[in-house]
Design a protein. Structure first.
Length: 384
């Protein structure tokens, strides 16, 4: 029977709950908004399957990196919809054309990020773009299993722990499955993100109907966030609209297991690994990086075939991964020592007060002074 004695040892992938033959395990949310498995003792038959399925605390044999590429889709409209170089769209297009299904993270009608199933381009497009919050897996693993039983091609995209959870849940029955893990810096709290949206809605007195974590309005190299309200108005480029970005990079609201991640290396659980190809402008200056470039690691033969099937729609360059390697491919993100105090303030005083206490009461002024500094070359020249 699975028991979570330390939260560092649970990624919330839900493989145990999906695998339980007695439906004795439910994923329940704690005070920080993260889900953990809870066992109903009256239903449990002590079969031990949940412990066997859990991929997080067991030694895993992960495939070594085969090759590394910089990739950029040739279609400008696809690049606009993508956070990086459009690799997810390129591969999922191929799977959908073959009558397959695609699984990925998208917002539902209540603005909650969930893993969803797509059979059409329109459904798939809701999954485009980064989601800097942990998604709710729900019963998606069971849906994937059923699709594979029906001999449908399946593409599953998610964080490395979600991909590892799915593969462990399937127990080797992966014929027809392509898995794609994301270069992940850690997943922030769904509860805190919900509070962030509520804060922005209250501030502008409008309901939020869309949220973009890294739209390309300002180029691929700029990380600004944008909320869209029910009247179509966009809210961006302020200290409050960019607040979630600061929370994400501070890791003050990141899941505890992320600092103990066993997948933060070049040995990955997915057939493919995708993320930003940061540093490509120095390695290949003529690649055209401002439109967005994906870093793609081919880890398995399944991944190799998926890569080769879409080469014709991409601009591609094979590169040395060490020249563009990102921190999550070397080691887990470090835990923020202020996280316990932050959550204590959040649960006692609420979202805005907790952030003010963490970032400082002058964080609004600091934001605009920093923005002014970047916009004023004369000030930089005078310092310089």
């Amino acid at each position: 029977m699975i028991e979570i004695s330390h939260k560092q040892n649970c990624s919330g992938c839900s493989a145990c709950a999906s695998a339980c033959p007695c439906h004795a395990i439910t994923m329940e949310v704690d005070a920080t908004g993260f889900s953990y498995p809870i066992v109903n003792q009256s239903k449990c038959i002590d079969c031990g399957l949940c412990d066997t399925i859990c991929p997080f605390t067991k030694e895993q044999i992960l495939p070594p990196l085969q090759t590394c590429y910089a990739m950029q889709h040739k279609t400008a409209e696809i690049l606009k919809k993508s956070t990086s170089g459009g690799v997810f769209i390129g591969i999922s297009d191929k799977v959908l054309q073959e009558g397959g299904v695609v699984y990925g993270a998208a917002f539902d009608d209540a603005m909650v990020v969930r893993h969803m199933r797509a059979q059409t381009v329109e459904e798939r497009d809701t999954m485009c773009g980064s989601k800097y919050v942990q998604s709710d897996i729900g019963d998606v693993f069971l849906q994937v299993k059923e699709d594979l039983k029906q001999n449908k091609p399946v593409l599953f995209t998610g964080t490395p722990c979600q991909v590892a959870g799915l593969r462990s849940f399937l127990r080797g029955k992966t014929e027809g499955l392509i898995t794609c893990d994301l270069i992940c810096h850690g997943v922030p709290s769904p509860l805190l993100f919900k509070e962030h949206l509520a804060f922005l809605s209250a501030k502008k007195r409008k309901k939020i109907t869309g949220y973009y974590f890294r739209p390309k309005h300002w180029g691929w190299h700029v990380h600004r966030e944008m909320a869209v309200f029910e009247n179509g108005r966009q809210y961006h480029s302020t200290c409050y609209s960019d607040l979630w970005r600061n929370i994400y990079y501070s890791r003050v609201a990141t899941r505890e297991s992320c600092s103990n991640c066993p997948y933060s290396s070049l040995y990955r659980p997915g057939d493919l690994t995708i993320g930003d190809c940061r540093g490509i402008d120095k390695v290949l200056p003529d690649f055209g990086s401002d439109a967005g470039v994906s870093l793609v690691l081919v880890n398995t033969e399944v991944g190799r075939k998926a890569f080769e099937a879409v080469c014709d729609v991409f601009k591609i360059a094979e590169i040395d991964v060490q020249e563009v390697i990102q921190p999550p491919l070397k080691a887990p993100s470090k835990a923020n020592a202020s996280a316990p105090a932050f959550w204590g303030n959040f649960n006692k005083h609420g979202y805005k007060k907790a952030l003010t206490m963490y970032f400082g009461k002058h964080f609004v002024l600091k934001y605009y002074l920093k923005k002014l500094w970047k916009m004023c070359p004369i000030l930089q020249w005078l310092k310089g």
